[in-house]
Ligand binder design. Structure first.
Ligand code: TYD
Length: 210
């Protein structure tokens, strides 16, 4: 039985990951592939509890270090409890965020040393690395417009409320990671025509993984 593939989606809040994950899931389903959809932080009982701690607006005093450890703890659990067993039995896994988010948000965004974040990522992942990562990119204007919509709906969390400067650093972080590992990444400008973006992603998935 062939091992499943691990595909991760990354990008700033409001970059359209959720929509594009749905499109890709439809495509994999149409091919008859069995796959799991996950999100980070979360995906396990322990991970969902940690998610509440991380996103709760009441914990604005959380230190960057504590934040990093919590993301890594959720990841370590998810890899061992869900991702690895799934891949081994031939199931594909699509994750809404994975280790690159820690480098971009806790490293570039919060300013923790990037090599340290990478070391903790390695410990949490224990060698389970994505086969493909789709980075959805969004310019500042488009980002603001999309986030306004989300704020209007009252769906804000502790990290969503960070400053524009923080988010700009996170975006720079994602770009730097993608440049360092071009063979793993597909960088796609998140367009308003969602179907067009989805087709670009399908094309690359076909080329690189099928
Ligand atoms: P979520 O509601 O899943 O946001 P989104 O829809 O933007 O993916 O919340 C996850 C938040 O956690 C998001 O703001 C990004 C942040 N995050 C980190 O800061 N570091 C990480 O390692 C991960 C996985 C997420």
């Amino acid at each position: 039985m062939a091992r499943g593939k691990l595909i991760t989606f990354e990008g700033i809040d409001g970059s359209g990951k959720t929509t594009q994950i749905e499109f890709l899931a439809d495509y994999l389903r149409s091919l008859g592939l069995s796959f799991l959809l996950l999100r980070e932080p979360g995906g396990t009982r322990i991970g969902e509890e940690i998610r509440h701690l991380l996103l709760d607006m009441r914990f604005e005093q959380m230190t960057p270090e504590a934040e990093l450890f919590l993301f890594e703890a959720a990841r370590a659990q998810l890899v061992r409890e869900v991702i690895r067993p799934a891949l081994e039995e031939g199931t594909w896994v699509i994750s809404d965020r994975f280790h690159d988010s820690s480098v971009a948000y806790q490293g570039y965004g919060r300013g923790l040393p990037v090599d340290l974040v990478q070391a903790l990522n390695n410990l949490a992942m224990g060698g389970t690395v994505p086969d493909l990562t789709i980075l959805l990119e969004l310019g500042p204007q488009a980002r603001a417009a999309r986030l306004d919509k989300r704020h209007g709906s009252g769906l804000q969390d502790r990290i969503d409320v960070e400053t524009e400067l923080f988010k700009e650093r996170v975006c720079q972080g994602f770009r730097a990671i993608a440049q360092a590992e071009p063979q793993r990444f597909i960088c796609v400008e998140s367009l308003d025509q969602k179907e067009k973006t989805a087709e670009l992603i399908r094309e690359q998935v076909r080329r690189k993984l099928l």
